[in-house]
Ligand binder design. Structure first.
Ligand code: HEC
Length: 175
């Protein structure tokens, strides 16, 4: 029988080399930004007419984007499962006190952006607002976070910063 298969069992070493090459080729063909989630229901665009427009887009992302998660929750005014979003825990767009699906109490996000960069005692690290958002997408929504320089991230930062309008910045630093 004529064999054209390069992974011929007569040459186990050649087969192993061929397999390694094939899996490397597969890995290289993955999109470069594999850690970046496609937008959920709402697609942000980088071009906006004002910071307010970015914040409005951010509010939509906050309410609707599921970041590719499979995790569900049941909102209090509903009997059906919904995919997780920021709003699953941060109630009313983050403007009121929130509750996690497991019942933990969360403060409102009004004024929160002004507390960043924030020292995280347990980790001995300073978190930017973006890093906190990435953390909430990974650990809260269990989805793929937007890239740091993506329109989705910019819009979420714009939205959260708008919620802190008028708050005094830098209070977390000692004098
Ligand atoms: C499963 C619940 C859950 C979801 C979903 C969630 N968060 Fe959070 N979020 C938390 C908890 C708990 C904290 C406070 C403790 C911590 O940092 O983990 C928090 C804290 C924050 C803070 C910091 C507040 C402060 O005062 O420092 C911001 C900002 C924030 N979340 C934004 C978001 C955004 C934006 C999303 C959606 C991309 C989101 N969260 C989704 C649970 C959640």
């Amino acid at each position: 029988m004529h064999r054209t298969d390069p992974a011929s069992s007569r040459h186990p070493l050649r087969a192993a080399v061929w397999l390694a090459g094939a899996s490397l080729a597969l890995a290289c063909s993955l999109p470069a930004r594999a850690d970046t989630a496609p937008a959920g229901k709402f697609t942000a665009t980088a071009k906006v007419a004002s910071a307010d427009e970015a914040a409005q887009q951010g509010a939509q992302i906050f309410a609707n984007d599921t970041f590719g998660t499979k995790q569900t929750w049941v909102p209090s005014n509903s009997f059906s499962n919904h995919l997780m979003t920021c709003a699953a825990c941060h109630t009313d767009g983050g403007k009121t006190e929130g509750t996690t699906p497991s019942g933990a109490h969360l403060p409102s996000l009004i004024g929160a952006a002004a507390k960043y960069p924030k020292f995280k005692k347990k980790k001995h690290e300073v978190y930017t607002l973006e890093r906190q958002i990435v953390h909430c997408v990974r650990a809260g929504i269990m989805g793929k976070p937007p890239a740091y320089d993506s329109p989705e991230m910019v819009d979420l930062v714009a939205y959260l910063t708008q919620l802190s309008r008028g708050a005094s910045m830098g209070q977390q630093f000692s004098h």
